[in-house]
Design a protein around this ligand. Structure first.
Ligand code: B1M
Length: 212
C-alpha cells in the first residue's frame, strides 16, 4: 500500500475528517485511482474500525467520527467514481431499513447508481416499510434496501410484504444488500436480487430493469 493510501486509512481510523479530505485530494492530484483510494483507504479503514469495536478498543463515538470522516471523503471522490451526464435509466428508491442507522454503504450504492444513469430517491436511514411503498407510488421502479445489522435485516422482509400488500409487487424490482445479507436471504424473503457491493449493485439493478 502506498504511503498516501496508508495515511488516508489511518486518518479515517482516527476520525480526522480534515486530514482525510486533504490527503484524498492529494492522492487524486498525484494520479492515484479513485477505486484504490475507496477500497484500500476508506473501506479498509472502516473494516478496521469494526474490528476495533469488536475487540472493545473502539466504541460507538469512535465509529461515528470515523464514519463522518469517510462521508466527507466520499464527497470528494464522488465526481471521480461516477460517470457524468448520463440519461436516467430508471428511478430507484434506496434506503436503510427501519431500526438501522448505517448510512455509508447505502450512500455509496446510491452514488454509483446515480453515476450509472439511474434517478435516485434517497429515503435515508431508519426507513419504515410504508415510506418505500409511497416511493413506488411516486414512480420508483426499483426499491434498493440496505441493512448492516442482523437485528434489522428482517425489516427487509417487511418492506417486500408491504409492497406486495399494496398490490405493487409485480411492477417493482427489489434488490437488497449489506454485510449480514446474502443471495440465500434475498431468495428467502422474495427479493429479486442481492449485491455484495456498490459496483455489483449497479450491474444487478441494470439486469433487473433490462438495461444494457
Ligand atoms: Co455499527 N455496526 N453499530 N455503527 N458499524 C457494524 C455494522 C458492526 C459489524 C460492527 C462490529 O461489531 N464489527 C456491528 C453489526 C453486528 C451485526 O449486527 N452483525 C455494528 C453494531 C453492533 C452497531 C450498534 C448496535 C452499536 C451499539 O450501539 N452498541 C449501533 C446500531 C445503531 C443502529 O443502526 N440502530 C451501531 C452504530 C454505528 C454508528 C452510528 C456509530 C456508525 C454508522 C454511522 C453512519 O453510517 N453514518 C457505525 C459504523 C460506522 C459501523 C462500521 C464500523 C462501519 C460501517 C460502514 O460504514 N462500512 C461497521 C463495521 C463494518 O462494517 N466492518 C459497523 C463502510 C461501508 C462502505 O460498507 O456499509 O458494509 P457497508 O456497505 C457495503 C456493502 O455492505 C454493500 O455495499 C457497500 C459498499 O461496498 N451494501 C450494499 C450496503 N448496502 C447495500 C445495498 C445494496 C447493495 C450493496 O443494494 C440495495
Amino acid at each position: 500500500m502506498s504511503p498516501i493510501i496508508e495515511a488516508i486509512r489511518e486518518a479515517v481510523i482516527q476520525g480526522q475528517a480534515a486530514v482525510v479530505v486533504e490527503k484524498v485530494q492529494q492522492a487524486l492530484d498525484a494520479g492515484e485511482s479513485a477505486e484504490i483510494i475507496l477500497h484500500q483507504g476508506l473501506i479498509s479503514a472502516m473494516q478496521r474500525v469494526g474490528e476495533l469495536f469488536e475487540e472493545g478498543i473502539a466504541f460507538v463515538p469512535e465509529m461515528l467520527i470515523a464514519a463522518r470522516a469517510m462521508d466527507k471523503a466520499l464527497n470528494v471522490l464522488k465526481p471521480h467514481l461516477v460517470e457524468q451526464g448520463v440519461k436516467p435509466v430508471a428511478k430507484v428508491a434506496i434506503g436503510t431499513v427501519k431500526g438501522d442507522l448505517h448510512d455509508i454503504g447505502k450512500k455509496l450504492v446510491a452514488m454509483m447508481l446515480e453515476g450509472s444513469g439511474f434517478e435516485i430517491m434517497d429515503l435515508g436511514i431508519d426507513v419504515p416499510p410504508d415510506r418505500f411503498v409511497d416511493a413506488v407510488r411516486e414512480g420508483a421502479q426499483v426499491v434498493a434496501l440496505s441493512a448492516l445489522l442482523t437485528t434489522t435485516m428482517p425489516n427487509m422482509k417487511n418492506v417486500v410484504e408491504a409492497i406486495q400488500q399494496a398490490g405493487l409487487r409485480e411492477s417493482t424490482r427489489i434488490i437488497i444488500g449489506g454485510a449480514p445479507v446474502n443471495q440465500a436471504y434475498a431468495d428467502h424473503i422474495g427479493a429479486d436480487g442481492y449485491a455484495p457491493d456498490a459496483s455489483s449493485a449497479v450491474r444487478k439493478v441494470r439486469e433487473l430493469v433490462g438495461a444494457q
